[in-house]
Design a protein. Sequence first.
Length: 95
Amino acid sequence: MPALDAIAGEHDVTILAVGGRGDIDRAASKAADWLPSGTIKWGYDEDHDLWGLFGVTGTPTNLFLLPDGTVLGFSPGAPPLDSLGDILAELTSLG
């Protein structure tokens, strides 16, 4: 998340980090540490509605959506750090 936060502002995409397992206060603390730029917004899926809707079973999981809600990609696990810029550039070009 810190690597993504560092480059997120360079691309015209909206990034939302959603926690939903464990303690909400701990999630808020991690978000403050991992997302210091404020570019990536975060929320907490207390009822696991989003997790269930998209079949998320753990973190990190990456879900790439176009503005119309079309799922462009789903990737359990963290993407390789060296590909983050390419992923964001592709999303920018599609949306």
